[in-house]
Write a protein that binds this ligand. Structure first.
Ligand code: T4K
Length: 368
């Protein structure tokens, strides 16, 4: 396989399949603002994901910002430091103070047992992340939210297609946000969506992503421009035909990694027991203290072979300059997250990754 080997590569449908859709866009000259491909992709995603309402966005970051605005979230929001920085940036963009709570050592998701003690009179919502597509403890989080009258917005950027025993995990909470970035299981180059439970919420979200316009002369809120273009939507419709196959290829890779890594002392793979239908979006390993070399030595060793794993999520969000002065960002408050950020390495996983390369990676890990 051609080097370099990246942590992920986007899956793309055959180019010739796209041409008729592009021709249609060229013919009808509707390029954006809720055109026919946009409508079709929303409908197709509802059916694929088993949800009732989807509002497409230009990316997940703008969708997160809009979701908070849609629910009129203010004050303080409890969230995880162990995520991509977009999660808490969406709070700052709304003038909301993030309150970081530590993660569970097994799932690396927000630890529900620690949420209650972080609630103050200013808390209005919880923003957990289904990290690597592994479901949060949605039942425990909802019980706390109900007790304290808090909203729950799930950052489900990694969780396309993931199901628990009762269906899509996107049904949990008040809103869930998906990312369709090039690096995700399902991509529209750039893109994202808000999954919402009812038509009323979708109408408000659709207005907020279109500058707050209700009609030609009425603007009800300082909305943003978060609309997905017709090109991205058309691409998404074609991708949807292949995503099942792409996830199956990921499953085979996930299984091969687990089989080859589970006997190596000091290497821990995360469980996927929380989901009935996983999506294998990432393959994180934790390099523990009894492994012969440090995580960073392993990382550099693989890079020297032109193989590029990633340390998602290092540095921790709470250690970035715009967050580290928050009292909840102190490392003493977040021991599990700080430790995970020092140990994690996400190995390459994507459709088309050759078994010989996977074996080279696992052999290298086994022989340090
Ligand atoms: N919430 C969570 C929990 C997230 O993880 C993210 C994004 C968001 C919210 C926000 O979603 P968006 O607003 O992006 O929709 C990447 C992605 O840019 C980002 O979307 C993703 N999470 C994050 C975890 O990873 P980088 O800076 O690591 O990406 P980059 O460019 O280094 O790409 C990683 C590898 O992927 C490259 O080494 C090669 C490969 N690649 C990448 C691109 C862009 C390709 O092969 N082709 C490509 O076009 O952030």
């Amino acid at each position: 396989m051609n080097r370099p080997i990246y942590v992920t590569r986007p899956y793309l449908p055959p180019l010739e399949e796209l041409i008729p859709s592009l021709q249609q866009i060229w013919d009808n000259k509707v390029l954006t603002n809720g055109g026919p491909f946009h409508q079709q992709l929303e409908t197709a995603l509802c059916s694929y994901l088993g949800v009732t309402h989807v509002s497409l966005f230009t990316n997940a970051t703008i969708a997160l910002v809009t979701a908070l605005q849609a629910l009129r979230v203010t004050g303080e929001v409890i969230t995880t430091p162990y995520s991509f920085v977009a999660t808490s940036h969406s709070l700052l963009w709304n003038g909301i103070r993030p309150v970081f709570v530590d993660i569970d050592p097994d799932t690396l998701n927000l630890n529900p047992d620690l949420i209650e003690s972080a609630i103050t009179p200013h808390t209005t919502a919880i923003m957990p992340v289904h990290c690597y597509g592994h479901p949060c403890d949605t039942g425990a989080i909802q019980r706390i939210a109900d007790n304290y009258n808090l909203k729950v917005i799930y950052d489900a950027a990694h969780a396309f297609g993931v199901e628990d025993d009762e269906g899509s995990i996107l049904r949990h909470g008040d809103l869930s946000i998906l990312s369709f970035h090039a690096t995700k299981v399902f991509n529209t180059f750039e893109g994202g969506a808000i999954v919402c439970p009812d038509a009323r919420s979708k109408t408000r979200i659709d207005q907020l992503k279109n500058f707050g316009y209700v009609d030609e002369v009425t603007v009800v809120a300082p909305g943003i421009n978060g609309k997905m273009s017709e090109f991205n939507a058309a691409l998404g419709l074609h991708q949807l035909n292949y995503v099942g196959r792409a996830i199956e290829e990921r499953r085979v890779i996930d299984r091969a990694y687990r089989e080859r890594l589970h006997r190596i002392r000091g290497i821990r793979c995360l469980d996927t027991t929380g989901e009935r239908v996983p999506n294998y979006s990432y393959f994180p390993i934790l390099v523990e203290a009894d492994y012969p070399v440090s995580r960073d030595d392993l990382y550099s060793g693989l890079k020297a072979l032109n193989i590029h794993p990633r340390r998602y999520f290092y540095p921790l969000i709470s250690n970035f300059p715009m967050y580290k002065s928050l009292s909840s960002a102190h490392p003493n408050n977040l021991p599990v997250a700080n430790s995970a950020a020092q140990k994690v390495l996400c190995l390459p996983i994507f459709p088309g990754l050759e078994m010989s390369v996977l074996e080279e990676i696992t052999d290298f890990i086994a022989t340090r």
